[in-house]
Design a protein around this ligand. Structure first.
Ligand code: ARG
Length: 721
């Protein structure tokens, strides 16, 4: 009896295992099996309501927000909810030291007060399968030849299926590592206005200390609106534009959440690599990640030093600082989790099974031997590449100076027309203005000095630009002495024409090649970039292409090896629309520790530190919370204001701002983060530990209504009680 019971339990466990909460599904290709599982988990909507080709459906409320986030439409007048960190740059740009919306928050009292931005949003119109066309044109190709051809073929399809006049843009996305190609057709709306944002102390509460961690108390939301031409068409900004009339908008739920409740997240996960090879995992943990973290450490340190000193500098650097810090902590955490769970070993096991299966199959049997060779050929240059991307180019001045290589190329070419030359100079002049707006010289100069020394010590000597460090030693002193690099950087910043209006104007008026080439910032950037580009970038291109070839074949083989499983596979994230479903759910992060599925205002007050850089709060908020003034947003079971919650949904960067939706299609929160214990999620999903961190929609509304006094926004919403 006992035995039978046990096997039964086991059988059930196995069925459920194949339906773990892992999966970023294409909503239009859900498949009956996946849909049925959603229903089993509690979904009350029909497949047609999730995604319909002909009728308006839930997917019409979901947008790509800005360049790399998700947003959702929440009213019949084009109101958008997204994350605070997604609107961050727009808010910082709209702010001045006198009108500091980033610090103090902002709510438009009426539509006339909404603030235009440089943002845009994109709605997904339709999808077309172009696999046959793409694969036909790539037949027989491999390596760099194939990657180049693929880029060209996709660009041609994108162009053919786009219409700039109508703001229609198509982007073909390679799915399953290039075994399938889907064309995603979007409509872009360029008139997006800021409607409201909480003070930064609320929207980024906990700062980088709490980032990527649960329990969390961040009010990570902001509010925007889509504007259209008076006839409801996509249009550039115009004062005469009107609020959009959307096809669909999400109602907002005020109902309490229970552990185990169904949750669904629509959005645009940026990238995952769930079939990364063990070699790739090792390259990340051994070289790429630690190098990136080490270089970002230094950049962040010098930026923060200046931001602390002056609110104007804080505003100037805040957005760039936040994004550098975000993935600094991510990659540090990723390394730790990959090692902790021995993801390398896990991958190795799967690969060994594959290798055994592949024996005697000519298409597959040598993949892993060749893959190993490709990594062996590349590994010795990997650190150098990270030093270029994250170190040398991590200085804004050097990155801008490096961009002038294009201008240099034109200047040394014969037969360039005067008009082309003038256009190039105008461009450089314009780009310089943009660069100067965000340039903080002190932090940048410190970064240049520190990174030059690190490069000298870390990058293999035989890969360093010939003669550079010898000259540095001759002119400035010992290469083991920090002062050498500091003096060198100080001279660069003092003498470059890029930071000197008069010298720059003289150069633009009379552009002499030698003047450019002798400029200390240009010559520094040029020396390192040209060294890398001429000698090592070609190795990377080769490595990249071979990696793509073996990855594509490996995945194709995996699907052939287990056809039943193949039917249940989802493609890696490619910043295309996905739906993930799971549950609101508590978890045990480590032995003897249990994490509840919600956080409340009680915990917010516990974390609060008056005047702190990361844990401060507006005094009005403290007062309201102490008085338990929660209004209709109170959680009846907790008798408190719920701040955040967690779910088992499978998301990643790009999903920021995504709607968290209950079984009836109502908004219950905004996804804004992942938890530390599952930071290896891009390469391996952990079904026990993976959680999505969400801000509860009732806290969002409380902040808008009670703290911000913007009842006009609340009135626009469809509240479900
Ligand atoms: N970790 C969040 C994400 O990638 C971003 C949070 C931004 N906040 C910060 N403290 N840097 O979606």
């Amino acid at each position: 009896m006992k035995k039978i019971f046990l096997t039964l339990v086991l059988a059930i466990a196995i069925v459920f295992k194949s339906f773990a909460d892992e999966g970023m599904w294409l909503p239009f290709l859900l498949g009956q099996q996946v849909y049925n599982d959603m229903v089993k988990k509690g979904l009350k909507l029909t497949n047609e309501q999730l995604y319909s080709i002909n009728k308006a459906s839930l997917k019409d409320a979901i947008v790509i927000f800005g360049g790399g986030c998700t947003g959702e439409i929440v009213s019949s007048e084009g109101l958008i909810f997204t994350n605070h960190h997604c609107g961050y740059d727009a808010v910082a740009s709209a702010s001045t030291v006198e009108h500091n919306y980033l610090r103090d928050g902002f709510y438009a009292a009426n539509k006339g007060q909404e603030i235009p931005s440089n943002l845009s949003v994109q709605f997904l119109l339709r999808i077309e399968d172009v696999t046959a066309e793409v694969l036909d044109s790539l037949k027989g190709l491999s390596g760099v030849e194939r990657t180049q051809k693929q880029t060209a073929v996709l660009a041609a399809i994108n162009k053919r299926m786009s219409d700039a006049g109508q703001f229609i843009e198509t982007r073909v996305s390679p799915l399953f590592k290039g075994n399938q190609f889907l064309a995603f057709v979007y409509q872009r709306y360029n008139d997006i206005r800021l409607v409201g944002v909480p003070p930064e102390s609320v929207g980024k509460f906990g700062g980088d200390t709490d980032n990527w961690e649960w329990p969390r108390h961040t009010g990570d939301f902001s509010v925007f609106r889509v504007y259209t031409s008076p006839d409801n068409k996509a249009a550039k900004y115009a004062a005469t534009n009107v609020p959009m009339k959307p096809k669909w908008f999400l109602p907002v739920s005020l109902k309490p959440l229970k552990d185990g409740d169904f949750s669904m997240i629509y959005g645009y996960p940026g990238s995952t690599n769930r079939y990364e090879s063990s070699y790739g995992v090792a390259l990340s943990t051994e070289i790429n990640n630690p190098t990136l973290v080490k270089l970002r450490d230094v950049r962040l340190k010098y930026m923060f030093e200046e931001m602390k000193k002056d609110p104007a500098i804080k505003l100037q650097l805040a957005s760039s600082y936040a994004s550098i810090a975000n993935y600094w902590k991510f990659y540090d955490g990723e390394t730790k989790q990959l090692l902790k769970y021995d993801v390398f070993g896990q991958k190795r096991k799967v690969e060994e099974k594959f290798i055994a299966w592949a024996k005697g199959k000519p298409e597959y049997e040598s993949i892993f031997a060749q893959w190993n060779d490709a990594y062996d050929a590349w590994r010795k240059y990997a650190k150098h590449r990270m030093y270029m991307n994250e170190g040398i180019m991590g200085s804004p001045l050097v990155a801008f100076a490096g961009s002038l290589i294009q201008l240099e190329n034109l200047m040394v070419k014969t037969g360039v027309s005067q008009a082309d030359m003038k256009a190039a100079l105008d461009n450089a002049d314009k780009a310089r203005k943009g660069f100067l707006e965000s340039e903080n010289k002190l932090s940048d100069q410190n970064i240049v000095g520190a990174i030059a020394q690190m490069y000298y010590n870390d990058v293999p000597k035989d890969q360093q630009p010939v003669g550079f460090f010898t000259t540095l030693k001759n002119n400035y002193g010992s290469l083991d002495d920090e002062a050498t690099y500091k003096k060198f950087a100080a001279d660069m910043f003092r003498n470059t024409m890029i930071l000197d209006d008069a010298k720059w104007a003289a150069f633009i008026a009379n552009p002499e090649t030698l003047k450019l080439q002798d400029d200390p910032a240009f010559s520094y950037a040029g020396t390192f970039i040209k060294n890398y580009n001429s000698k090592y970038a070609p190795f990377y291109a080769q490595f990249f292409a071979r990696n793509a070839d073996y990855g594509r074949l490996y995945l194709k083989g995996i699907m052939e090896m287990d056809p039943a499983k193949a039917k249940m596979m989802y493609p890696d994230a490619t910043f295309t629309m996905r739906v993930s479903y799971g549950n609101v759910k508590s978890y045990n992060p480590r032995d003897a520790v249990h994490y509840d599925y919600v956080t409340t205002s009680k915990g917010l007050l516990e974390k609060y530190v008056a005047g702190d850089y990361e844990f401060d709060l507006p005094s009005k908020q403290i007062e309201l919370l102490k008085n338990k003034d929660f209004g209709q947003y109170i959680d009846p079971t907790r008798k408190d204001l719920v701040i955040g919650f967690i779910t088992t949904n499978d998301i990643t960067g790009g999903n920021s701002g995504s709607p968290v939706i209950n079984n009836k299609g109502e908004l219950i929160g905004l996804a804004f983060d992942g938890n530390y214990e599952a930071l290896s999620h891009k390469l391996a999903f952990d079904k026990d530990l993976n959680r999505t961190i969400c801000v509860d929609i009732r806290y969002v509304l409380w902040c808008i209504d009670k703290l911000g006094g913007a009842s006009n926004i609340i009135k626009e919403l469809k509240l479900m009680k």
